[in-house]
Design a protein around this ligand. Structure first.
Ligand code: BG6
Length: 486
């Protein structure tokens, strides 16, 4: 007999994706270019850490045909043409939900168009119908690292306040169109990433604002996204009965390496800077501590009258986040650093194993993160990304044995159970990349997260044929038993 796992009835098990990482078809049916279409593939040996940034000259060079690079996200795994086959596989695993994003540039090819592109709207209508046919609840991100490129070229992306208007027009368009099909919405994927990579997070080219510092530009852009997110939340509630709107944070839960009080405070500061984003989106106001931070770093946020009221009036309904690893920091001596340019001062935690990409695997950190979120905000939570990027090997008979992936996921789900028993209100769990797709941070195909394998290598060679890994059957069982049989 099945035991009560604590996961509620109707718990939303599923997978999470983003348009630019799986759709391909970058110039089909009226779609405009997006920021993601301009990120080229760089082989590992030549790559310096992560490759998420692009320069203005480069973009112009590509558009003028002077630069010929390969852009993996332009073709991705061709989900655009193969989604029926893929959806059948998700349904076979028993998915209750699928997180996708709408590629903004399919709907508004230039971002600032007056009228939406009907062919783009139609594509997502068909996609949602296909999900609903199987009883798969769509969970939709409005903006997932795929700002229309023209908004970068003409306005410098989210650094410009005008983006608020373009985004709310887009949000209103898709809310109205899909109001009978989509109940769960996320406004911005990993909204905090804009302060690490303004181009990826918001289509912002920092070098185009020469008189201002990186942080000044990034936090100003974040402010515009906060206002836009609140306005979208307001619109969603007006247009869609029973809608649930969430924020989405890349949660970087940070530990002190030692019990030196300076380490404790340093870790707290890292967590505060990360949770600043949810503080604004959930509590509806900038936390006091940011005033000091802005002052000490010469950051002045330009706000319009009414911005604070908008942020206060329309907070999110639930909190969603990605969780892949924990971070450790210290003030005490030199330690081996990890994660390169992605997280400042991050050092190796000797108690944890790392993935092939140096991400420190920490299932208990997920439990701590859930409990901490719960204590801080008391709101429903949704884990909308978690998973292991790994190299997979296809055996001669075509099978793919991925016990490492199953281990990773099992251990995280076990800790979710503990958190639920602690009192966390958990809405669902969507594993990142249920089908192999293009990596954000490295543009690789070989960094695979999927239950479903896609035949394609880093150079773009392969048939794109789909096949089931061992983890496919495992996850199916997990969903069937509502997390009992791990
Ligand atoms: C998150 C993003 O940062 O992590 C996803 O929201 C991304 O888009 C995922 O793919 C995993 O990162 P990566 O670099 O392994 O693709």
């Amino acid at each position: 007999a099945m035991t009560d796992t604590g996961f509620k009835k109707g718990f939303l098990w599923g997978g999470a994706t983003a348009a630019n990482q799986l759709e391909g078809a970058f110039d089909v049916a009226g779609k405009g270019l997006s920021t993601a279409d301009m990120i080229r593939f760089v082989p590992k040996e030549e790559r310096n850490g992560y490759s998420m940034d692009v320069k203005a000259d480069y973009i112009e060079g590509v558009l003028a045909g002077k630069i010929k690079d390969r852009f993996p996200k332009r073709t991705a795994i061709d989900f655009y043409h193969r989604y029926k086959e893929d959806m059948a596989l998700f349904a076979e695993m028993g998915f209750k939900t699928l997180r996708i994003s709408i590629h903004w540039a399919r709907i508004f090819p230039n971002g600032d168009d007056q009228q939406p592109n009907e062919a783009g709207l139609k594509f997502y209508d068909d996609l949602f119908d296909e999900m609903l046919k199987y009883g798969i609840e769509p969970l939709v991100t409005l903006s997932h690292y795929e700002t229309p490129l023209e908004l970068t070229r003409k306005y410098n992306g989210w650094h410009n306040r005008k983006l608020i208007g373009f985004y709310t027009r887009y949000a209103e368009t898709v809310f109205t169109r899909y109001k009978n099909k989509v109940k769960y919405w996320l406004t911005f994927n990993e909204i905090n990433v804009i302060t690490h990579s303004p181009y990826t997070g918001g289509g912002v080219l920092v070098e185009n604002v020469p008189d201002k510092t990186f942080e000044q530009v990034a936090y100003q852009a974040a402010h515009h996204q906060f206002v836009a997110s609140s306005l979208a939340t307001k619109l969603a509630h007006e247009i869609i009965p029973g809608v649930q709107v969430g924020c989405m944070l890349a949660r970087m839960t940070t530990y002190p390496v030692t019990n030196h009080p300076d380490d404790i405070l340093l870790a707290q500061n890292h967590n505060d800077m990360n949770l600043f984003f949810t503080d604004v989106q959930v509590r509806g106001e900038y936390p006091k501590l940011m005033e000091r931070y802005f002052e000490e770093n010469d950051i002045v946020i330009e706000k319009k009258i009414g911005d604070d009221e908008i942020i206060k009036q329309y907070p999110v309904d639930f909190i969603s986040f990605s969780y892949y690893m924990s971070i450790s920091v210290t003030t005490q001596g030199e330690k081996e650093s990890v994660l390169g340019n992605m997280v400042k001062n991050s050092v190796k935690n000797p108690h944890l194993e790392t993935s092939d990409w140096g991400w420190q695997i920490d299932p208990k950190g997920l439990r701590y993160t859930l409990q901490d979120f719960h204590n801080r905000y008391g709101k429903p939570l949704f884990i909308v990304e978690n998973g292991l990027g790994a190299h997979d090997k296809v055996e001669e008979d075509g099978s793919i044995h991925d016990p490492y992936r199953v281990d990773y996921l099992r251990q995280h789900i076990e800790q979710m159970k503990e958190a639920v028993k602690y009192g966390v209100d958990l809405l669902g769990y969507t594993a990142w990349g249920p089908i192999d797709l293009i990596s954000v941070s490295t543009n690789e195909m070989s960094k695979r997260y999927g239950f479903i394998y896609v035949d394609q290598d880093d150079e773009g060679n392969g048939t794109l044929a789909r096949s089931k890994k061992d983890s496919f059957y495992w996850y199916k069982k997990v969903i069937e038993t509502n997390g009992d049989d791990l």
